[in-house]
Design a protein around this ligand. Structure first.
Ligand SMILES: [Fe+2]
Length: 474
């Protein structure tokens, strides 16, 4: 009798499991990068019947024509205490400068066909999008719509991604379905440009979730999802967490110190180092409903950014756009305007950006005077982007949603000749690092060359060349 009962349980269990063994419809298709040229990380979600079994396949079919998805790759999957299964499949051996078409799924359930374009080998420039504090509001959707037509090579997101934990389902653990809604909302852009993230305070949900959704849904390149780095052409990107222990002696601090030391020693191959995380080391939105500079975070880690000559730091958390001058310990190292006529030449300290204007409610206004270290700030929705050239320039822009114009932009000009390990020619704090008279002279010379119709990158390179030759004369 006992044997028969066991047999019945087995047969019933098998039936239940086999009823569940069918693929679900792929959704939330998005790309990530592992930094390896010729590879692309493809991720997507499927809505499963349980939070335990992921029965859907991990297949990507791809090729260079919509009707010729001749290649196939298998990957892995992951679930947390929610019914969304995240699939991760890495494509390799891709040809540079080529449009690939792909669909994801398997087992009879396939997504639409999406596409992405691989980078050229040694491209002249790369275009990176950067946002934070996004969410699912109409303003957030407008930001995404404005970004969709742009062919970003990469998008970085400095945290507070979906605001699922702020959605509140009444049980204290947020609403995990907001993550699904968010990832479907950004599918149009995330399926064609890889996205990489840093964790914000809104990625942490109440127990039992914690950071599970963030960890499960997004590919990262490190041994954990919270601090990791990767090279992307001319840029070494470092994603760190303002939501975890960052004090000297912590594992994150030690990791960051080692990573930045290695990156600073590798400038010849990867000349730019850019850090992104959620809470801003510099933000002037510190009264009223803003947060302001995250002093403890800054006290703990700013010296690492300075010592290893990080070029740019991109933050969120405060819902506005802001750019600093090159700054360390609140001392301005150069007060150039950053404009085309007066770019940040060889900045002696990191430049900080607050990019928390992507969609979450803007604050009412700035209630404190603009500090000396703040070069520009604005309360508008929008996105930021920057182009990094092979020749050593970085052009950063803030594009606001309301009228689509570039309402702030600045240039950073670097040269490996003057920054082999970041120790040569740095000015003292509080001084303008360029000689104003000489600089005007340089600009006049460039204008005399009548390159008005030349690409602006050529003009900047020309300025640098003249500037360098004058330095050598001194
Ligand atoms: Fe935040």
């Amino acid at each position: 009798m006992r044997l028969i009962t066991l047999l019945l349980i087995f047969v019933f269990g098998t039936l239940v499991i086999s009823m569940n063994v069918e693929s679900a419809e792929p959704e939330q298709v998005h790309l990530a990068t592992n930094g390896i040229p010729g590879e692309m990380v493809v991720q997507w979600g499927t809505e499963e019947d349980t939070t335990v079994f992921c029965d859907s396949d991990n297949t990507v079919e791809y090729g260079t024509g919509q009707d010729s998805l001749n290649f196939s790759e298998e990957g892995d999957d992951d679930m947390y205490l929610w019914t969304t299964c995240t699939h991760t499949t890495i494509l390799s051996g891709l040809t540079s400068n080529t449009t690939y078409y792909y669909r994801v799924g398997g087992g009879g359930e396939w997504s639409d066909i999406f596409s992405f374009k691989t980078l050229e080998a040694e491209p002249e420039s790369v275009l990176i999008g950067a946002i934070a504090d996004h969410g699912t509001s109409s303003n957030a959707q407008e930001t995404t719509s404005n970004m969709v037509p742009i062919d970003f090579d990469l998008v970085i997101h400095a945290g507070d991604i979906s605001y699922a934990n702020g959605a509140g389902s009444g049980n204290g653990v947020g609403d995990q379905s907001v993550w699904d809604e968010y990832q479907n909302q950004i599918e149009k852009i995330a399926s064609k440009s890889p996205h990489m993230y840093a964790p914000g305070n809104h990625e942490e949900d109440a127990e039992p979730y914690g950071f599970d959704a963030y960890e499960s849904r997004f590919y990262t390149t490190g041994s954990n999802s919270f601090w990791y780095s990767f090279d992307f052409e001319y840029i070494h990107f470092v994603s760190i967490s303002s939501e975890h222990d960052y004090d000297p002696g912590s594992s994150q601090y030690t990791w960051l110190e080692n990573d930045l030391e290695d990156a600073d020693g590798n400038r010849e191959n990867v000349p730019w180092v850019i850090v992104f995380a959620h809470r801003a080391m510099y933000s002037s939105n510190g009264e009223g409903d803003g947060h302001g500079s995250e002093i403890e975070f800054r006290d703990a880690m700013e010296s690492l950014l300075f010592d290893y000559h990080v070029d740019l730091a991109i933050w969120g958390h405060d819902h506005h756009y802001e750019r600093t001058y090159p700054v360390f310990e609140e001392q301005v190292y150069a007060n150039n305007t950053g404009s085309y006529d007066d770019p940040y030449y060889l900045p002696g300290a990191p430049i900080h950006i607050v990019a928390g204007m992507a969609g979450r409610s803007l604050y009412d206004g700035f209630e404190e005077p603009q500090p000396d270290w703040s070069a520009y700030r604005e309360l508008s929705y929008g996105y930021t982007q920057f182009e990094v050239t092979k020749s050593g320039t970085l052009h950063y822009e803030f594009i606001r949603n309301s009228d689509g114009i570039v309402s702030d932009e600045f240039w950073i000009v670097q040269s490996l000749d003057y920054k082999p390990s970041g120790t040569i020619g740095y000015p003292e704090p509080g001084t303008n690092q360029t000689n104003e008279t000489e600089e005007k002279d340089i600009v006049d010379k460039v204008k005399e060359l009548d390159y008005a119709n030349a690409p602006i990158s050529i003009l900047i390179v020309t300025i640098v060349a003249i500037f360098k030759s004058r330095l050598r004369e001194v």
